[in-house]
Design a protein around this ligand. Sequence first.
Ligand code: ADP
Ligand code: ZN
Length: 221
Amino acid sequence: MYIVMLGAPGTGKGTIGKILSKDLNLTHVSTGDIFREQINRKTELGKKIEGYIESGALVPDDVVIETVKTRLLEPDVENGAILDGFPRTAAQAEALKYFLKENKPEAKRVAIELDVPDDEIIRRVVNRLICTNKSCGAIYNKETKPPKEEGICDVCGSKLKKRDDDNKETVTKRLEIYRQNSKDLIDFYRVNNALYSIYPKDVDIAVKDIENFLEEYKSKK
Ligand code: ADP
Ligand code: ZN
């Protein structure tokens, strides 16, 4: 099963996606993480996309689609994945549909939409801290989920940092872009009867709700 996490920045796609990934034993694939790693490693791809990400703009569809297709041919995602941050446009959703049709004709595809009011999103994102240890990637919030020791990850002891694009100005832009694209994107999954929308106030409750939905969804098809 390929589970697409939809939602504006800061709605909890990463946090919830990672929990679902463990619970359901599906690899978590985040395009944002892939891109940030390419930028850190100063690869050709990294150089090409750096400007877009810093300003909060979307990376062009063709670049994103190529990156994801390559990733989805790797063995750890053979039986499915949690897709976090992809698709983000209707064109990307189409590309995913055809990719799966060609390469994984048996696969089921379902989208989970995390819907959070804008003012809450901005508060969440400007206070967000992430673990610098890539294999951990734990996410904190200075207000709502602070680490026990300031600046240090509870899980692995590595340093925490703010993401370069988590400032008010860039978040506002990312939100605007999300709102522009999300209607078509959400409709795309709604017409396919493969959409579950939820306001994730509490992470654990949200995860339970989503897992219940997925159980039902699996048994229906
Ligand atoms: P957030 O959901 O908080 O915006 P992500 O880590 O998902 O963060 O993405 C960070 C940035 O990476 C985005 O602002 C965008 O520039 C780029 N990006 C990630 N995924 C995509 C995508 N599917 N299409 C276009 N750009 C993307
Ligand atoms: Zn950590």
